[in-house]
Design a protein around this ligand. Sequence first.
Ligand code: ADE
Length: 246
Amino acid sequence: MRIDILCLFPEMFVSPFSHSIVRRADEHGLVDVVTHNIRDFAHDRHATVDDYPYGGGAGMVLKPEPVFEAVEHVWHATGLVDAPVILLTPGGRPFSQRIAAELAAYSQFTLICGHYEGIDERVSQYLATDELSIGDYVLTGGELAAMVVVDAVVRLVPGVLGSGESAAEESHAAGLLEYPHYTRPEEFRGWKVPSVLLSGNHAEIAAWRRRQSVLKTAARRPDLLDNVTLSDKERAWISESLLNRS
Ligand code: ADE
């Protein structure tokens, strides 16, 4: 997989991508992350990439020409013009595990990191194939959002996670939050590990974990349950726990 990132601060990616799972994926030749500075595609000798907003208002707007030309440069370099071009913006679709899995199935995609007060609307209308937001808050630029997207996608690329790590069981993979984890010691400051986890009974452990997942999701993120199929028994667990709380 190849991921191209167009941004104004490529140096921001150096440290995060040289430690994490992204580095491992890169070393194994599974993922190639290439950053590009939008400023390199500016037209004047001052490398201007922003300008005042038409109609007035606060802040500067990222100009369309360098952004279009940076994407066209990627198209020329890779020969692929139909890969997704994703603009990171607080106005985008909420990024989710499902979208991460969709992106992990592509052999290539491009991320555009916005900056300043905004980016010229023609980028969104005529260049980007999608727009993503990583949450309902405003970051200074799209770089941190791009790191989040790349991290979540890369770990889903087959072969990136080691055999001991599983992307299938974790939070959100099944649409539910993950069950609690424990490790040694068996008792810490008087707090004991649930006895079922020490029982060696795999069926009981699986049932306990499922129940914990369902109840935790119902308590913390009931909105997620709209997209999950639960059995009658599981629905009864939720009603019971709600009764016990009130
Ligand atoms: N750029 C600024 N804020 C952002 C957000 N919440 N998500 C994606 N890109 C952004």
